[in-house]
Design a protein around this ligand. Structure first.
Ligand code: 0CJ
Ligand code: F3S
Length: 327
């Protein structure tokens, strides 16, 4: 006989959750999303966005509901609509083409990516050949290489290629990097470059951004206590993919990426005592909450947040959006 007919029937196993801090949105992502929202508010829908504003379907779909239309190339944008360039940056040819067509455009390139673009231009103006450490085909890499004439930047993808890729011998060299790389892999690649080219010019302050650095450090801080790491992020998000790698390399037996709470296979956490949860720079906190809600379907959660750095940085909106008025 049931002596407690009204007692909750939940007698769930306990699961410790280590929440990595910082996680989720960075200042550049926050700014990029605000640029699209503010453009829709000022100019009305539709506002076109070239490429996913940040690599997250949930963000993209929420902006679509507000009136954004996402395209891959400028030729899909009509002459009379505003267009926003994504946080990852664009080759110089893109604003040039927009100006030629007299399009009204807003550039949501993260200021920390723009900083790398300016470094590239400076090296070029000083006669240096540039080695860009990054992942082939990623939009940030396409954008950074596209700041300079073809043939003046060589892409270096890993330490092996740092040792072997042919580079011009008649000019001084400099390296720059993508902002969302693995901090540890990049250290190895830079070491290989310095060994091969002792005089190579390095960035004054490294190009991997504060958000990438902090999210990787936060994952490292919890990886050896976690039996599973759940990374909220998208498979085309470079910084999120790096968090999966960092977790496994730092001693976590398994790391998985999920885009939404429903994507998490709860059987992975069955029988575990402690898991870690983090989110890439383009993943909103509401999706972390979804993951926690999903876990609560089968576990009694004991959540501990482990914070390795406080982030206070914010970026201003482009000047066109700072004052009231027409475009
Ligand atoms: O490239 C960037 C400026 C990072 C933007 C935020 O992250 P995400 O996931 O959109 O882009 P990555 O693929 O570069 O990490
Ligand atoms: Fe910028 Fe770094 Fe975020 S480059 S968009 S602050 S991941």
């Amino acid at each position: 006989m049931d002596l407690h007919p009204h007692a909750p029937e939940r007698n769930l196993p306990r699961l410790n959750v280590l929440l990595a801090g910082p996680r989720g949105f960075c200042a550049g992502v926050d700014r990029a999303i605000k640029i699209v929202e503010e453009a829709i508010r000022r100019y009305g829908a539709p506002v076109y966005v070239r490429h996913e504003i940040v690599h997250n379907r949930f963000v993209v779909e929420s902006l679509e509901r507000q009136g954004a239309i996402f395209v891959e190339e400028l030729d899909e944008v009509p002459d009379d609509a505003p267009v926003v360039f994504s946080a990852h940056g664009v080759p110089k040819s893109v604003p040039a083409e927009a100006s030629r067509r007299k399009l009204f455009y807003l550039d949501a390139t993260c200021p920390l990516v723009s900083k790398v673009h300016r470094e590239a231009e400076q090296h070029f103006s000083r006669g240096r050949h540039i080695l860009l450490i990054g992942h082939a085909g990623h939009p940030e890499v396409v954008g950074t290489m596209g700041q300079l004439p073809e043939g003046t930047v060589t892409l270096i993808e890993d330490a092996e290629r740092a040792r072997t890729t042919p580079v011009p011998v008649d000019r001084p060299l400099a390296f720059i990097t993508q902002t969302t790389l693995s901090v540890d892999d990049t250290t190895d690649i830079v070491a290989a470059l310095r060994e091969r080219f002792p005089d190579i010019h390095a960035p004054a302050k490294e190009d991997i951004c504060y958000a990438t650095t902090n999210r990787q450090a936060a994952v490292k801080a919890i990886a050896d206590r976690a039996e599973l790491m759940v990374v909220v992020g998208a498979p085309n998000s470079s910084n999120s993919l790096r968090l999966v790698e960092v977790a496994e390399r730092a001693g976590c037996p398994k790391a998985v990426m999920v885009q939404r709470g429903r994507d998490l296979d709860l059987s992975l956490a069955g029988g575990l005592r402690t898991i870690g949860v983090t989110a890439g720079a383009s993943a909103p906190e509401v999706l972390v909450e979804e993951v926690l809600a999903r876990l609560r379907e089968r576990f009694e959660l004991a959540i501990e947040e482990v914070v390795v750095a406080e982030e206070t940085i914010t970026f201003k909106l482009p000047s066109a959006l700072q004052t009231e008025g027409a475009r």
